[in-house]
Design a protein around this ligand. Structure first.
Ligand code: 2HA
Ligand code: ZN
Length: 276
């Protein structure tokens, strides 16, 4: 077997966590990432028949949570209570590779969480989001949650209407409408770590790859770590421009006609009902 610490997917995952930490978005144990792995990319690194231990799902009501759609799927995931700051230096304790067990009722730990850890408290929201995204895009592999500073600030001062929030973000930078043409979906403040927020997030994920948890953070989904991180960075930069300018008299803006011109030129299908 090859050394898993040398695997491309693991190195890239660790580098992403470090980047997010250095951007100041993942204070303490804030943030979590899950990454759907393919058996082909794992088989040289792990004996997939060897289960270290079984881990129950936490924070979910058995009756309300059904992950059977993901049975047998394998995820690399950050641990509950773990700090992004420490992931790169000590992946074996801070990360785990888990397989969704029979009927989607529990997890097989295949690697990691070596000191007794278990997946993020937001694991249900991650799994429900993966299910929603995979139904929309079978190539989706990443769900990422973090606390970007300016985006959080914006949820305190901007209306929490998804269409209005999207329109404001699109106006803040020329590339926005091209990078996230399906806009953002905004959830009101909700208790995190619960089934309810997982269900609400996954419903929004059917419509958009970016879901905002007001006064908390963001959920992004995508095909690769780079793509998903890219959505979040772009949204956060737009929010930063909003926070730098919203209290000043606005002299210029990107007009709806220009947003439409951008969408047409780059050939992206923008969400209905946002550009007038
Ligand atoms: O994992 O960010 O939402 C820590 C969090 C919970
Ligand atoms: Zn959070």
């Amino acid at each position: 077997m090859k050394n898993i610490l040398e695997a491309k997917f693991l190195k890239e995952f660790c580098a992403t966590a470090s980047n997010m930490y250095r951007l100041g978005w993942d204070e303490r144990n804030g943030g979590n990432i899950s990454y759907l792995l393919k058996e082909e990319e794992l088989k040289d690194y792990l004996d997939l028949d060897h289960v270290e231990r079984k881990i129950p799902f936490m924070g979910v009501k058995e009756t309300a949570f059904d992950a059977s759609f993901l049975e047998g799927k394998i995820f690399l995931v950050t641990g509950t209570g773990r700090y992004f700051k420490n992931v790169e230096g000590d992946p074996e304790n801070n990360l785990g590779i888990v397989r969704i067990g029979k009927g989607g009722k529990d997890l097989d730990l295949l690697w990691g969480f070596a000191d007794g850890g278990r997946p993020t408290s937001e694991f249900p929201a991650h799994m429900m989001s993966h299910m929603a995204r995979l139904k929309t895009d079978p190539e989706n592999r990443v769900v990422m949650h973090t606390h970007p500073t300016n985006l959080l600030a914006m949820t305190y001062v901007h209306e929490l209407d998804s269409a209005k929030f999207t329109h404001t973000l699109w106006e803040m930078s020329t590339e926005c409408v091209v990078v996230f043409p399906d806009g953002v979906e905004v959830l009101p403040w909700m208790l995190c770590g619960t089934n309810e927020i997982g269900v609400a997030t996954s419903q929004k994920m059917m419509q958009s790859r970016v879901v905002i948890w007001s006064m908390h953070g963001i959920y992004g989904a995508g095909r690769t770590l780079d793509e998903t991180f890219g959505f979040i960075v772009t949204v956060e930069e737009a929010a930063q421009i909003y926070m730098l300018t919203s209290h000043l008299p606005r002299k210029n803006t990107i007009t709806d006609a220009q947003l439409k011109e951008l969408a047409d030129f780059f050939g992206v299908q923008v969400k209905e009902g946002i550009i007038g």
